[in-house]
Design a protein around this ligand. Structure first.
Ligand code: SF4
Length: 346
């Protein structure tokens, strides 16, 4: 169940297998080196034209996954492939031409835009870096095409970033990411800082450009309402691991891992008068320096039993393209249904 094939997606733009990113911290912990297991043995794949959302509490490692995919640092172990070619072991020089194909949109576009560069220059920079415009006229034409794509007027090209609203700046961030014609865009909390109505506009824009261009999107977010809108599949992370992964409809209709159930219970249902029972998790997210033994979720799980404390559950198929990592054979559909209290278990 470790391979990406559990998801059933055939046309992969980007398979990632057994990805680990561990950091060493100074000092020791009970005589042992202090190792942060930010991402611990994670496998998934993204197809062309697909949006895979990576969700989980802050500190679960989802942003680290995004940075590992973009090769912003060396990974501890595992493989990241682009069109069948391993990019995790390439030198900076050999990776450079491939960087064009993987771009990123961050939460705060302002911090990634040079305040003194016009929008034209901000978009022209990646085109120039990758040698994608042969003349000034071609550059102008491409910049205008990209502005059209993100629904900004052509005269925006002459203006500076501070002249734009938050939503418009995020359009500029998307324009910059689109400029080198990537295959994959990592959106790291890309709409989290925006007001609700602006958020919806940017999500719709991302959906449109994805469809028009057949992009693969890795959408990292803690906002499940947005994720429900934008994604095709969802991977739920807990403490550096994927605990459940499924097509969006199947995950929202029948979350099977107790952690996913708790996360989804906090998402408001749009129909008036319908209320979802909120499942409150006890305690905080444990430290990735010394994750709990066995199932990492056992310290907070309402269904914990002895085996959970010693044996780590593997991801296993529980439905079409739906995998979850939990020892319970019959995973409860709702936390309020079918839970067997610990003392009643053999
Ligand atoms: Fe809960 Fe045990 Fe399943 Fe982990 S393996 S989610 S502790 S029931």
């Amino acid at each position: 169940t470790r391979s990406g094939s559990v998801t059933g997606v055939q046309t992969c733009a980007l398979p990632i297998s057994n990805l680990k990113k561990h950091y060493s911290l100074p000092g020791s912990f009970f005589g042992q080196p202090r190792i942060v297991r930010a991402v611990d043995d994670l496998s998934f794949e993204i197809a062309r034209g697909e949006t895979l959302a990576l969700v989980g509490e802050s500190g679960c490692g989802k942003s680290t996954v995004g940075k590992a995919v973009l090769r912003l640092f060396d990974i501890t172990s595992g493989q990241v492939l682009l069109d069948g070619r391993r990019i995790d072991e390439l030198s900076d020089g050999r990776l450079r031409p491939l960087r064009r194909r993987m771009q990123v949109v961050f939460q705060d576009p302002f911090s990634s835009l040079n305040p003194r560069l016009s929008v034209r220059e901000a978009i022209a920079e990646p085109l120039r870096n990758f040698g994608l415009a042969a003349s000034g006229a071609e550059m102008d034409r491409k910049v205008e095409e990209i502005l059209d794509r993100v629904r900004l007027p052509h005269d925006a090209a002459r203006r500076l970033p501070h002249e734009f609203s938050g939503g418009q700046r995020q359009r500029i961030g998307i324009a910059r990411a689109l400029a080198p014609s990537p295959d994959l865009i990592v959106c790291d909390e890309a709409v989290s800082a925006l007001d609700v109505s602006v958020k919806a506009q940017i999500v719709n824009l991302l959906k449109d450009v994805q469809q028009e261009l057949g992009l693969a999107l890795l959408f990292i977010s803690h906002d499940l309402a947005v994720v429900e809108n934008i994604s095709h599949r969802i991977a739920v992370m807990y403490l550096g691991k994927i605990v459940e992964m499924a097509p969006k409809r199947s995950l929202f209709a029948g979350p099977r891992h107790p952690y996913t159930q708790a996360l989804l219970s906090a998402v408001p249902i749009p129909e008036p008068g319908v209320r979802r029972e909120r499942i409150l998790l006890r305690g905080d997210l444990p430290s990735p320096i010394s994750p709990p033994s066995g199932c990492r979720f056992h310290t907070r799980c309402p269904y914990v039993f002895d085996r959970c404390r010693t044996e780590e559950p593997e991801l296993r198929n529980i439905g079409p393209a739906h995998v979850a990592a939990c020892h319970l054979d019959a995973l409860p559909k709702r936390a309020s249904e079918g839970a067997v209290p610990e003392k009643a278990r053999v």
